[in-house]
Design a protein around this ligand. Sequence first.
Ligand SMILES: Cc1cc2nc3c(=O)[nH]c(=O)nc-3n(C[C@H](O)[C@H](O)[C@H](O)COP(=O)(O)O)c2cc1C
Length: 159
Amino acid sequence: MDSRELRNALGRFATGVTVVTCRGEDRPHGLTVNSFTSVSLDPPLVLVSIDRRANAVPYLTGRPFAVNILAAGQEDLAWHFAGRAQPDLEVAWVEGRLCPRLAHSLAYFECSPWRAYDGGDHVLFLGRVEEFAYGQGEPLVFYASRMTRLVPPGPQPER
Ligand SMILES: Cc1cc2nc3c(=O)[nH]c(=O)nc-3n(C[C@H](O)[C@H](O)[C@H](O)COP(=O)(O)O)c2cc1C
């Protein structure tokens, strides 16, 4: 199977963009993640799928983490935490109840560790949501390897 083509096909699934944040060695750590999924309401569980080679894996194993949903206009944060450091970017961190998180996200979920499962070359981390909040606004969207925005719908046909 051609894995580049597989990635291209998977990229036809439009997603939001999150930054998963946690405590690193001696400072907060974050990585950009679009594999975020809601799993369960009772108990309240969410999932992120993380590459086994990511620096974050040991920081997430058995440890709390936060999922920060990015708003439109936060592309610089998304690229920064995807390994393309933005030299002029000042990241505004908040010390949450469980772990560090980002200020000014569209929504956040602070999670305690629930389970980790084998996901091939990724690890599936499930977290139990302990704190969350959300605001109003437009989300950042990832589609076909690009950051984009929701297109406001035109006039809708009457149903
Ligand atoms: C839009 C976007 C979505 C991404 N989603 C994921 C993901 O779901 N899981 C993952 O492991 N890496 C994902 N990445 C790649 C990581 O952000 C990147 O490899 C990061 O540098 C890993 O950080 P770390 O190794 O310091 O923990 C994504 C990158 C981008 C730009």
